[in-house]
Write a protein that binds this ligand. Structure first.
Ligand code: ARG
Length: 470
């Protein structure tokens, strides 16, 4: 296909290879979103008299077809095509002639790619938030079941004080709810239409930016057209950064489970179905999935850092550098979806070994409790501390249930106060439900059917039938 900027010379082969990079593979992910955004653009052009009604109708019909074919993975992009925007316009021109040549009126690939990326991210983030909430819900469910399952709590990995498996489970749920607040901030910034910003400075046509935003189900427009371009890689960094927070939480939870499932510890058993074997050591059942949750946390953080690195120090207006935040963003989104699916299985199927946890309660676990017993009898804390240090190991172990019941203040092992995270969970659920409804309604209005913009589910550019990563 001819390049959109074709003016009668051909690009040096090495330069072309370098500038296109992996964009022509990555853009396979953006075809449905690009087509949807184009339908909204076409409707707006027609409403402003910038496009004949019958041409707009024909374009819309073709764009719907492209969205469907793109979602099914049937649209091809070659390196010479450069990107999905070129293919989209070429298909429209090939099928419709003059109407196809008019579709780029009032836009640039710069706002086009931003719009497609935001729509794609919006759906992916709704899915990720939904999956995170399901994980939070399961963690809280299990926390309720295990609220009386006593175990040693550790600091510095050493025995510290009495804890429960319920406290441990609910702690990750609450951490994930915190992470979701970061993600929510990124989602809000993402949920603004960039269209109409064109190359970076708008166009001398009376475009109705608000109408386009409305049709696409965005909360509104992003006001300043130059700020739109500045926010592209910056926003990708915010999104990947918030995803990295979730990944970090999952990685830390996984690290604990690796320790808890050590034969020498044995607080938790992982069913065989969750463990891989060794090719040499017949006895092995390894927690590989947990280890990869740990390493992926670093990968996602790296992708966030790549996005931030690309935009650092960029001059104002569009710069081609921005193309390079696409892959880390897409990888972060795809990786989180995989991670959450695995984390959910792990949390659902891990088997707490209550007896082992109970047996692990020794005098050390209760050393501080002894000191507090004395405090309640009126001994000053520092003196109680000294006395307990001297004789904790000779004391009878207290009844763990009674020790737990003495922890009455909010959020402690004896009083998990799960209502608090449950309430936060419900708030997020409502928000995601509303967001999904708005997203799907917009797509349905534009496409006449429900379609997922995420289309093919494999991570970006990983499909070996297309091209091995170079
Ligand atoms: N693939 C490009 C990107 O992601 C599309 C925009 C190209 N714009 C340009 N002025 N060369 O940024």
């Amino acid at each position: 296909m001819a390049k959109l900027w074709e003016k009668g010379y051909s690009l040096d082969e090495a330069v072309e290879r370098f500038t296109v990079g992996r964009d022509y593979i990555l853009d396979l992910n953006l075809i449905p979103a690009d087509a949807v955004a184009s339908i909204a653009h076409v409707r707006m052009l027609a409403s402003r008299g910038l496009l004949e009604d019958d041409q707009a109708r024909a374009l819309e019909e073709e764009l719907r077809r492209i969205a469907r074919e793109g979602a099914a993975g049937r649209v091809k992009i070659s390196r010479e095509d450069e990107d999905c925007h070129t293919v989209l316009e070429a298909l429209l021109t090939e099928r419709l002639g003059d109407a196809g040549k008019r579709v780029h009126t009032g836009r640039s690939r710069n706002d086009q790619v931003t719009a497609a990326t935001r729509l794609y991210s919006r759906e992916a983030l709704l899915a990720i938030t939904g999956d995170t909430l399901t994980l939070v819900e399961r963690l809280l469910d299990r926390a309720r079941q295990e609220r009386a399952t006593v175990m040693p709590g550790r600091t510095h990995l050493q025995i510290a004080m009495l804890s429960t498996f319920g406290l441990w489970l609910a702690s990750w749920a609450e951490q994930l709810l915190d992470d979701l607040e970061l993600l929510q901030a990124a989602e809000r910034l993402n949920d603004r239409s960039p269209l109409g910003s064109a190359a970076s400075y708008g166009v001398p046509l009376p475009l109705d930016r608000e109408m386009v935003a409305d049709l696409l189900g965005f909360q509104g427009i992003q006001n300043n057209v130059l700020a739109v371009q500045h926010s592209r890689g910056t926003l990708d960094g915010h999104i990947a950064g918030a995803l990295a927070a979730i990944a970090a939480t999952l990685g830390r939870m996984a690290q604990d489970l690796i320790l808890f499932s050590l034969p020498e510890v044995g607080y938790v058993r992982l069913p065989s179905a969750l463990c891989s074997g060794s090719s040499i050591m017949p006895q092995k059942q390894n927690p590989d999935a947990l280890e990869l949750l740990r390493s992926r946390a670093s990968l996602v953080e790296g992708w966030a850092s790549q996005c931030r690195g690309v935009v650092r120090g960029l001059p104002s207006g569009y710069n081609r550098d921005l193309q390079d935040t696409k892959e880390p963003l897409l990888r972060a989104l795809a990786t989180l979806r995989e991670e959450l699916a695995v984390a959910l299985v792990l949390v659902d199927r891990l088997e707490p070994q209550r007896e082992r946890m109970l047996e692990a309660l020794n005098a050390e676990v209760f050393a501080t409790d002894y000191a507090y017993q004395l405090v309640l009898e009126g001994v000053p804390f520092r003196e109680a501390y000294q006395r307990a240090a001297g004789d904790y190991s000779q004391r009878d172990l207290p009844d763990p249930g009674e020790a737990l019941a003495r922890r009455t203040s909010t959020g402690t092992p004896g009083n998990l106060n799960l209502e608090d995270p449950l309430q936060r969970l419900a708030g997020h659920r409502k928000r995601v439900g509303d967001g999904f409804a708005r997203h799907q309604q917009a797509l349905k209005n534009l496409l006449g059917e429900e379609i997922s913009l995420l289309g093919r589910q494999d991570p970006p550019g990983e499909d070996s039938s297309r091209e091995a990563p170079r």
